[in-house]
Design a protein around this ligand. Structure first.
Ligand code: ADP
Ligand code: MG
Length: 203
């Protein structure tokens, strides 16, 4: 991944979040406090506004700045968790860009920070599924997009065990986890940007 692709990834993600922020907040209304769309929109808007100031920075530094912005601007539970994911990617990509290692480290960081496990209907379910897919099948971006969407959709059948959704207990079953939906946007955007880059290489 080049820094240009990273910038594109952030812009594509912001577009998806912006287009769907009401839906994200509505989902959070069902299982939480209804602010997830606003939180994510604020965070990614700040990132996209800062991108021109980060031109010329290395991939690792840009990822670190993205992580710090998510922590400071998104707020809520999701900001520090996503921020941790990006900080871990930053550390991991300092020497070489290895998505298997980077995503695994990010997922571990999120799990540790959230004291969460896979299957508890959180954004970790999406990060972990993507990490596992890249480990097992390499950089197949179509597969990444499918795996991310499946993991996101599966949170509907699961009982939420972390975050505000856990307060509902079994009543959280039947509701998508808002954080899983926004993390799915993140990986749909990544797959789109990276697939576009693969196509360009081939032509
Ligand atoms: P808040 O819950 O503080 O209002 P948000 O609404 O922005 O924060 O984010 C909620 C999302 O954060 C949830 O849908 C879930 O995916 C994720 N989340 C919350 N707590 C945890 C946790 N302990 N571990 C993993 N993910 C969590
Ligand atoms: Mg919320």
């Amino acid at each position: 991944m080049t820094t240009e692709q990273l910038h594109e990834w952030m812009k594509e993600t912001y577009q998806l979040i912006q287009d769907n922020k009401e839906e994200l907040s509505a989902l959070d209304q069902e299982v939480g406090d209804g602010d997830h769309g606003t939180n994510m929109n604020r965070g990614f808007q700040a990132i996209v506004e800062e991108l021109p100031n980060w031109a010329g920075e290395s991939l690792a530094t840009t990822l670190q700045k993205i992580g710090m912005t998510l922590i400071s601007k998104v707020g809520g539970a999701s900001g520090p968790l996503l921020g941790t994911g990006f900080m871990r990617l930053s550390t991991s990509f300092k020497n070489e860009v290895n998505w298997g290692d980077g995503l695994e480290s990010a997922s571990e960081g999120i799990a540790k920070r959230g004291k969460a496990e896979v299957g508890e209907a959180t954004l970790l379910d999406v990060w972990s599924a993507v990490s596992k897919s890249v480990r097992e099948h390499g950089l197949d971006w179509n597969r990444v997009a499918d795996v991310s969407r499946d993991a996101m959709e599966r949170t509907k059948e699961l009982e939420a065990k972390r975050g505000r959704g856990a307060l509902l207990g079994e009543r959280s079953i039947g509701h998508l986890d808002p954080g899983a939906v926004s993390s799915d946007y993140l990986f749909q955007a990544l797959a789109r940007v990276m697939k576009g880059a693969d196509d360009e290489c081939r032509t």
